[in-house]
Design a protein around this ligand. Structure first.
Ligand code: MLT
Length: 410
């Protein structure tokens, strides 16, 4: 009989968001009147229409495919030059990243899991706690961990606690590690990291020949001009960091799917025998073998987000979601809850009232307010006692959620 990858059996319950969807579905079936009032602030999925610039570019690209003269089949696996160049011009022109260091993909979730293909089995891996669950689960799947303990912490991972005391940016560990996952602006806590904090991480990584996997999917939501938008703004990061970026949240591409990885030529890993190997070259090789590129119309749509019109439309979306975040923050603060995030990120991270657990809060918000939130403990043991509210919603829904929070939790 065919053998399965038994590492999958170490995974705890289902992946967080499908698990929430399952619970919400069961609730809706059992409570049809309440179901009609349901507002979803759980998964961070965009709600507002796709920018017109992207729609027009995608339509034009589809029409190109409809004529023999302009038809395109397989594209370059690493992405079309037009998009790789636009990405550099609009994000990295001041920090010395080249178009041949950009790898266009179908999104950051896949990239942040797939990267493990090119990294070896014996790395010491640090993750923040709470954390975007993909980083943990993909390490479990590939066999980089032992079993989970009763708090859900996997043997073999180094957990870096993030809490209100450290503003949800972890302290540098005492021990050396080889890989560090950092996500700023942060999912789930909505925290941002300062230049000094990121500099300390880059220095640590260089000292230990470690690689930082820097997830900047929420970069577009940064409001504070002092907050770095890319890890490459930090000196030395070109030698030790890969960056993951996405069009999902700024351009409304969660369903369209497009993102990119930055793999600088100056980042190296090592073989067991100590030979230095270019991470960029391995990622390019992996991409050519396992991927046929993001679709042409999608890449044209992504490129159009950088047109003057596209930039203005993206900016409107960001303003819209960040205003929701402000309203949600204020509503929670007004009833005396401790609130974090929501200032440079579309997530508001809230401490549950005294003695209420994250999942109790989830059930209570669903049953009493018909609002879906994400329980903090779903992001790791250190998320226990918190819940996350996503600001991705219509204004009308965000305002209604604020009212219900005040009424039901106040
Ligand atoms: C989230 O809600 O944490 C995000 O939507 C997850 C994702 O982007 O994959």
């Amino acid at each position: 009989m065919a053998r399965i990858n038994e590492n999958f059996l170490k995974l705890k319950a289902g992946y967080l968001f499908p698990e929430i969807a399952r619970r919400v579905k069961a609730f809706n079936e059992a409570n049809p009147e309440k179901a009609a009032r349901l507002i979803r602030c759980g998964i961070g999925d965009v709600t507002e229409p796709l920018p017109e610039a992207a729609r027009n570019a995608m339509k034009a690209a589809v029409d190109e495919l409809g004529s023999r003269d302009t038809f395109r089949g397989y594209g370059p696996e690493q992405g079309y030059d037009f998009l790789r160049e636009s990405i550099v011009e609009n994000n990295y022109s001041k920090v010395g990243i080249g178009a041949d260091e950009i790898f266009v993909s179908d999104g950051s979730k896949c990239d942040s899991g797939n990267i493990l293909d090119i990294l070896g089995p014996n790395n010491r891996i640090a993750i923040t706690d709470p954390v975007y669950p993909v980083y943990v689960d993909t390490n479990v799947m590939i066999g980089n961990t032992g079993e989970a303990d009763e708090d859900g912490r996997y043997e073999g991972l180094v957990y870096l606690p993030c809490n209100a005391e450290n503003n949800f940016v972890p302290a540098i560990p005492e021990e050396p590690v080889d890989l560090i996952y950092l996500c700023y602006p942060n999912n789930p806590t909505g925290a941002s990291a300062t230049r000094e904090q990121l500099t300390a991480w880059v220095e640590y990584a260089r000292k230990h020949d470690a690689i930082i996997l820097f997830d900047a999917a929420y970069e577009a939501f940064i409001q504070d001009p002092e907050v770095p938008r890319s890890i490459y703004e930090i000196e030395g990061a070109h030698e030790c960091a890969l960056e993951f970026r996405s069009f999902s949240k700024n351009g409304g591409f969660t369903g369209v799917r497009c993102g990119w990885v930055v793999a600088p030529k100056t980042v190296f890993g090592t073989t067991e025998t100590g030979k230095k190997i270019s991470v960029r070259d391995l990622w390019s090789r992996r991409t050519s073998t396992k991927f046929n590129g993001a679709s042409y119309p999608v890449q044209r749509g992504a490129e159009a987000l950088y047109s003057e019109e596209g930039k203005a439309q993206v900016s409107e979306l960001i303003t819209h979601y960040m205003e929701n975040a402000r309203l949600l923050r204020e509503a929670c603060e007004s009833i005396g809850l401790s609130v974090y995030g929501g200032e440079n990120a579309p997530y508001v991270w809230v401490a549950c009232p005294e003695g209420v657990s994250s999942w109790e809060m989830f059930d209570r918000m669903l049953d009493e307010a018909q609002v879906v939130i994400t329980p903090g403990s779903g992001f790791g043991a250190a998320g226990a006692g918190y819940f996350r509210i996503s600001a991705f919603n219509s204004r009308e829904n965000a305002i209604e959620v604020c009212e219900r929070i005040k009424k039901n939790l106040g």
